[in-house]
Design a protein around this ligand. Structure first.
Ligand code: ZN
Ligand code: CU
Length: 487
């Protein structure tokens, strides 16, 4: 009998494809899964007892802003503690590279705390990630908003000129060649709101050539969501790119229940184009504080304020009462700031999550002083709360929406399944106890029931703390495409 490096023994395997749990030993050699065999048959130098536990592929967080968190915070505890082994970064139109300006700037500071983490080209940025030896992998989108900032400076309230469009397109082309996996846009945000459909479709052209994906934080997730979906589908079609709509939601009380319109629209469009979307398992969203969003929300919590520290975690209604002014005015007085908005319908969130096109993404914001609990809780919450407690879908299907489906949609070759030859990204968890513990009051606590997490064969998380394994890497588009050909 061969001795493997690690054998996870006697667990129930959820292999990521959605097929029913089966009992097996899983062996790891180097950075790969070497064997999946009958229980009790494999031996290893390090044996992990998984009796009573589930052995799943490591989870893929398809919607993150962890670009530079991988460098600043390489143990990635907020994600490894959930069983996440790969984060897709650069969403919502904002990425850490390529960035040619000397300063970080206000909008980029949402995801970047240190100037030295910026890079003029994607290759330089990926090298910084690899040098930091993060515990988990990163795959990277290029933000259309970041491209705009590079080429248009601070003059953003207009459509880009033909010359600027071709410069942005060249920068995207170069980034994809160097390993980025696609482009994201955030037409909702001021940086990109003036961009036309044509501008984005023109900039996005290299996606078709390189096989990159297009992800969209759409122009509108409220009253005009159907038009925003049409725009997104058109951009993907014109670029020849597969589409992922980000954090799908129907926002604002007057739009509650409108998943009845958006989900059939997805189903229809999916017959003609490759389209999917990500969802986070909460009725509250989080981004920068925008006073035009206040009336949509039932409740607003402040996550940070540069001008008035000490407001983190507080209700804006209380802050306004103390200031003796309206919520809008209180919001203006504490800017720049970040906020959590309670603005979704629970039934809508559940309907979105169970749609055939849905995968799980946290949209956590790593540097917030008092972050939305999704940063630490998303994946265990789907497994424990939605799958086990509410029986929204079987455990195997919950795992599929965090692993193989996500890997396929983002072309992350060799990940997302428990299968010999695949990378040894694995999560061992207790199906009876797995649950998020992060709350809106206490948002930075590790989940319960996550036992052991391996990334590229190294232990990233174990027994409630980082496992010391730092084998994560920047995933490279071309390399993954080559591996897909030889697989
Ligand atoms: Zn977004
Ligand atoms: Cu986002």
């Amino acid at each position: 009998m061969t001795a493997y490096d690690i054998v996870i023994r006697n667990g129930q395997v959820a292999d990521g494809t959605g097929k029913p749990l089966f009992a097996a030993d899983v062996a790891v050699k180097g950075d790969r899964i070497a064997a999946v065999e009958a229980p009790g048959t494999l031996r290893g130098d390090n044996e992990i007892d998984a009796a009573g536990k589930v052995v799943a592929p490591g989870f893929i967080d398809v919607h993150t802003h962890d670009d530079t968190a991988l460098i600043d915070n390489p143990t990635m505890a907020m994600k490894a503690s959930q069983g996440v082994t790969t984060v897709v970064c650069g969403n919502c139109g904002v990425s850490a590279a390529p960035y040619v300006r000397p300063d970080v700037g206000h909008w980029m500071s949402l995801i970047i705390k240190k100037k030295e983490n910026l890079a003029k080209d994607f290759a330089g940025f990926a090298a910084k990630v690899d040098a930091a030896k993060p515990a988990i992998n990163g795959a990277f989108l290029i933000g259309h908003g970041t491209l705009r900032l590079n080429m248009m400076g601070d003059d953003l309230n207009r459509v880009a000129s033909p010359a600027e469009i071709s410069q942005m397109r060249a920068l995207l082309d170069q980034s994809l060649e160097q390993g980025a996996i696609g482009m994201s846009s955030g037409l909702f945000y001021a940086v990109s709101n003036a961009a036309s459909t044509d501008e984005v479709a023109e900039v996005a052209q290299p996606l078709g050539k390189w096989g990159g994906v297009y992800t969209a934080h759409m122009r509108d997730e409220g009253d005009h969501i159907l038009a925003a979906m049409d725009e997104t589908f058109e951009i993907g079609r014109r670029a020849g790119a597969e589409i992922i709509v980000s954090h799908h939601k129907c926002s604002g009380r007057s739009n509650f229940g409108r998943m009845k319109e958006t989900l059939p629209k997805f189903t229809e469009a999916m017959k003609r184009q490759q389209i999917a979307f990500d969802v986070y398992p909460y009725i509250a969203g989080s981004t920068i504080l925008r006073t035009d969003m206040l009336e949509r929300a039932d409740k607003v919590l402040i996550t940070w304020s540069e001008k008035v520290p000490g407001l983190s975690g507080r209700d804006l209604a209380d802050i306004a009462r103390e200031m003796g002014c309206s919520m809008k005015e209180a919001g203006d007085r504490i800017q720049p700031a970040g906020a959590i908005y309670f603005m979704m319908d629970e039934k809508d969130v559940q309907a979105a999550m169970s749609h055939p096109g849905a995968m799980i993404g946290s949209d956590g914001i790593p540097f917030d002083a008092h972050p939305h609990p999704r940063l630490w809780g998303t994946f265990p919450r789907v497994l424990g709360h939605y799958s086990r407690d509410l029986a929204l879908f079987p455990l195997e299907d919950a795992v599929r929406r965090m692993t193989s489906y996500s890997a396929r949609r983002f072309h992350l070759t060799g990940r997302g399944e428990v299968k010999p030859g695949y990378y040894a990204d694995l999560c061992v968890f207790d199906p009876a106890t797995v649950i998020d513990t992060a709350t809106f009051e206490q948002p930075m606590t590790p989940a319960a029931g996550i036992d052991t997490v391996l990334c590229n064969g190294a232990i990233a998380w174990r027994d409630g703390k980082p496992g010391g394994g730092r084998a994560g890497r920047a995933l490279h588009r071309q390399q993954m495409q080559d591996e897909a050909k030889t697989a």
